[in-house]
Design a binder for this molecule. Structure first.
Ligand code: MG
Length: 159
């Protein structure tokens, strides 16, 4: 049976943090605030896969009150969720995400993000979609106050 899930995440920009999207460190004067590395792309994909499993969101598994996850690379979360899929004899069919960022321009980093996500999930590169769009200067995303990401996942489960 094919199961689908949806994920959404947003983090605000702050001074003095690295900007990490899809596991790629992107040169930018500001980074995203968060307990972990605040990688909105990986977080949205985690929630999409968890949704396909019928599980609660990423915060349930990796609470932002747990010092173990302070500054953690979100690749760890994605790897753990992929393990959860394997434990059920399932497999991730594909994931697809859209990054909403007014700035910086993230498209040059998309190929590297896809590689990181495919590796963390243990799937082929052609099963990972990543797109980027601006918010046409509208609202908080359009003012460049933060970055958001949407994701969907398809998971094949036999039980
Ligand atoms: Mg998050």
């Amino acid at each position: 049976m094919h199961h689908v899930g949806i994920g959404y995440d947003v983090h605000r920009f702050v001074e003095g943090r690295k900007l990490v999207l899809g596991g790629v460190e992107i040169p930018h004067p500001r980074g995203l605030d968060g307990h972990s590395d605040a990688d909105v792309v990986m977080h949205a994909i985690c929630d999409a896969v968890l949704g396909a499993l019928g599980e609660p969101d990423i915060g349930h598994f990796f609470p932002n009150t747990d010092p173990r996850w302070q500054g953690a690379a979100s690749r760890i979360f994605l790897q753990e969720i992929a393990r959860q899929v394997s434990l059920r004899d399932g497999r991730v069919v594909n994931v697809d995400a859209t990054i909403i960022a007014q700035q910086p321009k993230v498209s040059p980093f998309v190929p590297a993000m896809k590689e990181n996500i495919a590796l963390a999930l243990g799937i082929n590169l052609n099963r990972v979609g990543i797109k980027a769009t601006t918010n046409e200067h509208l609202g908080f995303l359009g003012r460049g106050e933060g970055i958001a990401a949407l994701a969907v996942a398809s998971v094949d489960l036999t039980r």
